[in-house]
Ligand binder design. Sequence first.
Ligand code: PAJ
Length: 301
Amino acid sequence: MKPRPVGDLSSTRPPSKTAAMDVVATNAQVRASVAAARSRGLTIALIPTMGALHAGHISLIDAARDAFRVVSIYVNPTQFGPTEDFARYPRTIDADCAVCRQAGADLVFAPADSEIYPPGEQTRVRPGPLADTLCGPFRPGHFEGVCTVVAKLFNIVQPDVAYFGQKDAQQALIIRRMVIDLAMPLCIEICPIVREPDGLAMSSRNAFLTPEDRARAICLYRALWVARDMLTAGGSNPGRITAAMRAVIAEHADIKVDYLSIVDAANLRPMESLAGKILIAGAIRVGKTRLIDNMILELPR
Ligand code: PAJ
C-alpha cells in the first residue's frame, strides 16, 4: 500500500457532484433534490433567471462552481407592467436547459405559475425607497414583483447563497436590503457585468434589437464612458455630466432616455459631493426595447 503523503487532505476533500443535471417543475421536487445535496454536505447556490440565457447568466453559474447549483428559470408575470413585454419576452426553455447543463448546473427549476402563485395568492413583498428611484418611477410595481418572486424562490430552494448580476444594479441592492430586513438566512453575491465585444451589456432583450437598433444601442455604454472620463478628470458637477451623457444619446433622434443618473452606489441617492463609490446608471428605449446599463466608479474622498 502506498504511504499516505504528509499533509494529504483527502479525508477532508469536499463532496463531489457527479449526478446528471435534473430539470424539475414543482416545489416538492426542488426541496427533495436540495435536501439530498445538503445531506451530502454540499453548499446550495441559487441563480434566479428569467431564461433566454446568455454569457451574463453563465458567468453567475460559473461563479457558484463550488456549490450545488440550482438555476431557476421563470418569467415572472408580477414584475412586468401592463404595457411591458411579458407576452413577447423570449422563452427558450430547451436551449436554456442545454446551456445550464453545459455550464455545469446541477438542477434547473422551471416552475409552473401555480407553484409560484398558488390559487388564491395575494401576498406581496414591498421594497422601500431604494425602489423609488432610477428604474422605479418608469416601472411602477416592478421591484415589488421582483422581491416577491425572489423571496418565494429563496423559500422554495432555501439556498445558502444566491447570485445576482451588477447589470441590474438597483435590483441587486434591493434584494440585499430585503435579505437583511427580512432576516433571510443566506448570502447574496453580486457578479460583474458581462458585455459583448463592443461593450453592449448582455441582455435577453438584446434579441429584440434590429441590426440598426443593435448598432445604435451602444450609445448608452458610450454615455457611461463620457461620464466616467469626466469624473476621473475631476468633474464635480452631476448636472453637467448627465447633460454630456444626454448629448451622446441625442445623436440618435429616435432613442428615448428614461434616465441618466449619477448616484451614491450604496443608497442610490443623489450625491452632494462626488466622492467615494459612485453609480453611473442609465436606461434608454431603442425602438420598443428598454435597455439599462451602469458603471461603478470609486473616487477619492
Ligand atoms: P434576468 O434578467 O434573466 O437576469 C438574471 C440574472 O442575471 C440577474 O441577476 C441579472 O442581473 C443577471 N444578468 C443579466 N445580464 C447580465 C450581464 N450582462 N452580466 C452579468 N449578469 C447579468 O433579473 C432577472 O432575470 C429577474 O428580475 C429575476 C431576478 C430572475 C427575478 O424574476
